[in-house]
Design a protein. Structure first.
Ligand SMILES: Cc1cc2nc3c(=O)[nH]c(=O)nc-3n(C[C@H](O)[C@H](O)[C@H](O)COP(=O)(O)OP(=O)(O)OC[C@H]3O[C@@H](n4cnc5c(N)ncnc54)[C@H](O)[C@@H]3O)c2cc1C
Length: 429
């Protein structure tokens, strides 16, 4: 998502390292803000009215307004938006420790998984969760630091809800298809929500997932197999390790001139509410940036949803600065939203769905669980809904979004709020 188009008469440089851009397609809005979509690989040529250069930016002179590239180009700019993404943190720089990031890394993974009998996956976010679900005919050792799976997105109850699906095998008729392009392997854009395009198969009869909770990797070595020692004292041998332990923003661009760019403690380029960095006329969006603001029900998470929202908003911010018009912050930053799927279930997360940043004793939780069907949790503070975790086809996303955005006092409706026999929307008509 490194393309920004400001106004028709302005040529925009896309500083990409490969001729492929990720394009968002099939956007489906579940609520006013929460959207699901596909991300597809397209050739840069498909983008109209845009001049593009395939090169790597290595330095910026923020005073002279010049970008320097690896191929010795010098490009003058008026406004610049950095969308250089992030790189996965790797446990070890060895070919048997794989970090999934872009098309090439997934293709490499797919090329070796077919002969594997056992893999070890480290990490507890979306990629690890997705991988555990999509891998079949293999034994998986899933190493997590937390007390329950998928802690980035789920609470302990939701993790329990999914526990029955850990060993579920996928049908083998879903063929993996991927857009291929020729050229040097580069650190291309991160993958989209549908990054694996289907099930993947190892070389074992059946699937078995073993979860090692509250532990970390102590040592990795290799002889015939890869040998992993965990901090809980256990030792496993496997074919290879998948490292899915988060990302580091690609913010290490050299800044020439007499000043540096402000970097946040997580390594991201700091941006204010107008997506501006500390350097004049330089903006940043997506995984590379760290916002130094938040709103009551929104927080940053390095996701496609936010990369897309920030990209569109940053373009608007650049345009408004260019034309000197008054800017209002985009509505999408009023509410955190994420639409995804785990273990085949639709998952919609809204607002402070895990009571993020709240004192737990000030919160009340309303939960409805129907095993194998749905898991619904509303987070309330002072009688008002501030977050929701909706798993399954709950049909409650619009109601929850409205309750969070409008901050209606639901103290007197608590008993009815999750009663499947009561249509709560009627109260607000
Ligand atoms: C395996 C995987 C699965 C994921 N699944 C999901 C998911 O299901 N849902 C979800 O919401 N998010 C998911 N994410 C996260 C999501 O992909 C990222 O949040 C999103 O891609 C960030 O977009 P971006 O434009 O900021 O960065 P990127 O998509 O990483 O794009 C950065 C671009 O900048 C280019 N670049 C980098 N440095 C330079 C340089 N110096 N000069 C020129 N160009 C440069 C790169 O080549 C790349 O094209 C996943 C990520 C991974 C790795």
């Amino acid at each position: 998502m490194s393309q920004k188009q400001l106004i028709d008469s302005t040529y925009v440089v896309i500083g990409g390292e490969s001729p492929i851009v990720k394009v968002v397609t099939d956007v489906k809005f579940y609520t006013k803000i929460a959207a699901g979509f596909k991300v597809e690989d397209r050739n840069l040529q498909c983008i109209e009215n845009t001049e593009y250069i395939i090169d790597k930016i290595i330095a910026i002179n923020s005073i002279e307004h010049i970008i320097y590239t690896a191929n010795h180009r010098e490009i003058k700019y008026k406004k610049l938006c950095l969308c250089t993404g992030a790189t996965p943190k790797l446990l070890d720089d060895k070919d048997y420790v794989i970090g999934l990031r872009d098309t090439h890394s997934v293709e490499y993974f797919q090329s070796i998984v077919g002969s594997a009998k056992r893999v070890l996956i480290v990490g507890n976010g979306g990629i690890a969760t997705d991988l555990v679900y999509k891998l079949n005919a293999i034994e998986i050792i899933w190493v997590i630091r937390d007390e329950h799976i998928s802690s980035h997105f789920l609470d302990a109850g939701a993790a329990e809800f999914f526990s029955n699906y850990l060993n579920t095998q996928q049908p083998s008729d879903r063929v993996i298809k991927r857009f291929r392009y020729s050229g040097e392997p580069t650190s291309g854009a991160a993958l989209g929500p549908d990054w694996h395009c289907g099930a993947m198969f190892g070389n074992l009869d059946g699937k078995n997932v073993i979860i090692e909770y509250k532990t970390e990797i102590k040592n990795i070595s290799k002889s015939d197999l890869v040998r992993i020692e965990l901090t809980n004292g256990k030792v496993y041998e496997c074919d290879f390790v998948v490292s899915a332990t988060g990302v580091t923003p690609n913010s290490n661009l050299e800044i020439r001139g007499d000043t540096s760019i402000d970097i946040a403690s997580d390594g991201g380029i700091k941006v204010d509410w107008k997506m501006e960095t500390s350097l004049s006329d330089i903006f940043a969006a997506g995984d590379v940036c760290t916002v130094d603001w938040t709103s009551e029900h929104w927080f940053q998470m390095r996701l496609w949803t936010q990369a897309r929202q920030m990209g569109m908003y940053a373009a608007k911010c650049m345009y408004f600065k260019h034309t000197n018009e008054t800017l209002l912050q985009d509505f999408c930053f009023e509410l955190f939203t994420h639409v995804t799927s785990f273990f085949g279930f639709k998952v919609i997360l809204l607002g402070l769905y895990n009571a993020q940043g709240l004192d737990k004793k000030d919160c009340e939780l309303l939960v409805r669980v129907t095993n194998g069907q749905e898991y619904i949790k509303l987070v309330l503070k002072n009688g008002r809904v501030v977050g929701a975790m909706l798993i399954g086809d709950t049909d409650l996303e619009e109601m929850c979004e409205n309750l969070i955005l409008n901050q209606i006092d639901v103290t007197n409706l608590m008993d009815d709020l999750l009663d499947p026999n009561i249509d709560i929307e009627d109260y607000f008509d």
